[in-house]
Design a protein around this ligand. Structure first.
Ligand code: SF4
Length: 231
């Protein structure tokens, strides 16, 4: 299996754990705010093989606690389960980042006890989901199926939304609040610009704008926190 990127140490990606982050290529969405445009294609260059990654992780036992698997969209890869099994056999906790569009894969991994934490993106309110995910006409039912599975399960998880000023409004958060009512942990991540972004020209929100969106979610969620902005 092709590993397209590796962050050898992160204190941020896996809440509460020192981790490494592994990047897989390919994605079924084209979010305008995506920073990983170079990873979206099936032909994105590989950095290392799965065997080389496992060798690296073997040497880091005792220094790292967990491995985050991100992308792109990891659930597109048939070999994902085998990769996770290899990582867990080394004693690591595994966190999966997903856009939630392949609920059957997510459920299968969770039910087999292969995941310790999931971070699922929520791109927008239901009415504008396809537009904000860069995939008009997507099946919002698949996103809902993944979200429901996490909301009614026992696995530790978070929902998170990247907020670009031009893409989301209070209406999106009014809908998310009702749709995902009961979510224990929700994060609003302020958009930050970069050369890699799919649609140049987007901007982040002010702290007050993010706090307004957070206040819409709070009555419905356990906690709502901001990332990418100082309180
Ligand atoms: S932000 Fe995530 S879901 Fe959206 S295009 Fe990028 S990798 Fe895919």
């Amino acid at each position: 299996m092709k590993i397209c990127g590796l962050q050898k140490t992160t204190l941020l990606d896996f809440p509460g754990h020192v981790a490494a982050t592994v990047f897989l290529n390919g994605c079924n969405f084209r979010c305008p705010f995506c920073h990983n445009g170079d990873l979206l294609s099936d032909s994105a260059p590989g950095l290392m093989t799965e065997g080389e990654l496992l060798d690296f992780l073997k040497k880091r036992r005792g220094m790292l606690e967990g491995v985050c698997i991100t992308g792109g969209e990891p659930t597109l890869h048939l070999e994902l389960e085998a990769l996770i099994r290899g990582i867990k056999e080394l004693g690591y906790l595994v966190k999966l980042d997903t856009n939630g569009y392949r609920p059957a894969i997510l459920k299968s991994l969770v039910e087999k006890g292969l995941l310790d934490y999931v971070a699922m993106d929520i791109k927008a309110g239901r009415a504008r989901y396809g537009e904000v995910a860069g995939r008009p006409g997507l099946d919002i039912g698949l996103i809902g199926e993944s979200a429901d599975f996490l909301l009614h399960g026992t696995l530790d998880f978070e929902f998170r939304t990247t907020v670009a000023k031009e893409l989301l409004t209070a209406d999106d958060f009014e809908d998310i609040a009702v749709w995902l009512d009961g979510c224990p942990k929700y994060f609003l991540q302020n958009y930050t610009d970069s050369d890699q972004v799919l649609m140049p020209g987007l901007t982040g929100c002010t702290k007050d704008e993010l706090l307004t969106f957070a206040s819409i979610l709070r009555p419905h969620m356990g906690t709502v926190e901001l990332r990418g902005i100082d309180y």
